[in-house]
Design a protein around this ligand. Structure first.
Ligand code: NAG
Ligand code: NAG
Ligand code: NAG
Ligand code: CA
Ligand code: CA
Length: 344
């Protein structure tokens, strides 16, 4: 009898496992194949050999690029080197990247592991760069002051909080104020795998300020990129494994009310917002299996969903192919990771 019970349980377990497996593959978009497209204004940018996770362009055309992320399960190109923040001046004819030197006595450069980034410009034009980092796979937000003359980042502060256990991306709304996504509930790599595999959707977004920290949205199947509309009225969150972009209304007390969700046939990651039109540009992974099980012979590819008109927030949805705007830069070696910077 006991044996029968064990067998039954085993059978149930297996059936559940199979069920989860098929939903896992769908959520990973494992069956999606893409054909490479020729991009008209594509240029190779040297010096970003280990790929990049996020970038942010200032109004004056200076772009910050986060590079060298070490994230469990994702191919690392330079395992022995710490991450970097690169600067690129898009006003130049043929822009190159320059590594920003980090200054400040309390910062451990060797464990710098930059992920999502965001900037905040003060009334006196001080530019703050906020960087999600994972020293020893923990999560911190590192606050820097950008010193344009010296081309350095002065480290001001490390922010940690129990509601920020596994941050992916942030959007700054003040020098020390931001919304952040936690891409998983668990921190432990083994538990996050099961959380993702079983599709628990326990990931959430938080508002952080020095005197108030609060969960503002939850129940995501891998909350990833986050950004805000130029007028500050709407917050956008990319839910990677559900292939959705969520639009929220932001209130004066920083709470978020869901307005609508848009579906895609791709794994949505970081979101950039055109400062003039408010259009969203979304960095996407067409097939998640290729990202998590990297094969140089069959690289993951990437695609951009752009533009989704700002009017999306009202009622209309416009999706166009990406070729139309900006210059597309290709990152060296990581031939699959084309990215578009737009600045005009
Ligand atoms: C990236 O750009 C290169 C060069 O234009 C192109 O050959 C390649 O197919 C592109 N890759 C993807 C995934 O779009
Ligand atoms: C997201 O970041 C990646 C890496 O820097 C970049 O290739 C891509 O263009 C970015 N996409 C958007 C929409 O910001
Ligand atoms: C925040 O503001 C919104 C809109 O004014 C309101 O509905 C909500 O109750 C407020 N929440 C809190 C916690 O004060
Ligand atoms: Ca960002
Ligand atoms: Ca991300």
């Amino acid at each position: 009898m006991a044996k029968l019970m064990v067998l039954t349980l085993l059978g149930l377990g297996l059936a559940l496992f199979r069920d989860h497996r098929s939903s896992y593959l769908t959520r990973m978009n494992a069956f999606r194949e893409i054909k490479p497209v020729e991009l008209p204004n594509c240029k190779l940018v040297k010096g970003i050999e280990s790929g990049s996770e996020d970038l942010e362009v200032l109004h004056n055309g200076l772009a910050f690029i986060s590079t060298g992320l070490k994230y469990p399960g994702i191919k690392v190109f330079e395992p022995d080197k710490p991450g970097k923040i690169l600067l690129m001046d898009l006003n130049e004819e043929d822009p190159t990247v320059l590594e920003l030197r980090i200054t400040g006595s309390n910062f451990d450069l060797s464990s710098f592991n930059p992920h999502g980034i965001s900037t905040f410009t003060d009334e006196d034009n001080t530019v703050y760069l906020l960087v999600v980092s994972h020293p020893d796979l923990k999560s911190t937000v590192e606050l820097f002051k950008f010193q344009e003359e010296e081309k350095t980042l002065l480290h001001l502060k490390t922010i940690k909080h129990k509601l920020l256990p596994k941050i992916n991306d942030i959007v700054a709304v003040g020098p020390e104020h931001f919304y952040a996504t936690n891409d998983h509930y668990f921190v432990d790599t083994y538990l996050t795998f099961w959380e993702m595999y079983l599709g628990l959707a326990w990931s959430y977004a938080v508002y952080y300020s020095p005197n108030e920290v609060q969960v503002m949205a939850s129940g995501f199947d891998f909350a990833n990129g986050i950004n805000i509309s130029p007028d500050g009225k709407y917050v956008y969150i990319a839910e990677s494994m559900a292939h959705k972009i969520h639009v929220y209304e932001k209130h004066a007390n920083w709470t978020l009310t869901p307005l609508k969700s848009l579906d895609f046939d791709t794994i949505v990651d970081n979101i950039s917002v055109d400062p003039v039109t408010g259009d969203l540009w979304i960095g996407c992974h067409p097939n998640g299996m290729k990202v998590f099980f990297y094969d140089p012979e069959n690289p993951p590819g990437s695609e951009g969903e752009g533009t989704i008109s700002h009017q999306v927030v009202c009622q209309k949805r416009v999706k166009e192919k990406k070729e139309t705007a900006g210059t597309t830069y290709k990152m060296s070696k990581w031939s699959s990771n084309n990215f578009t910077l737009f600045y005009s």
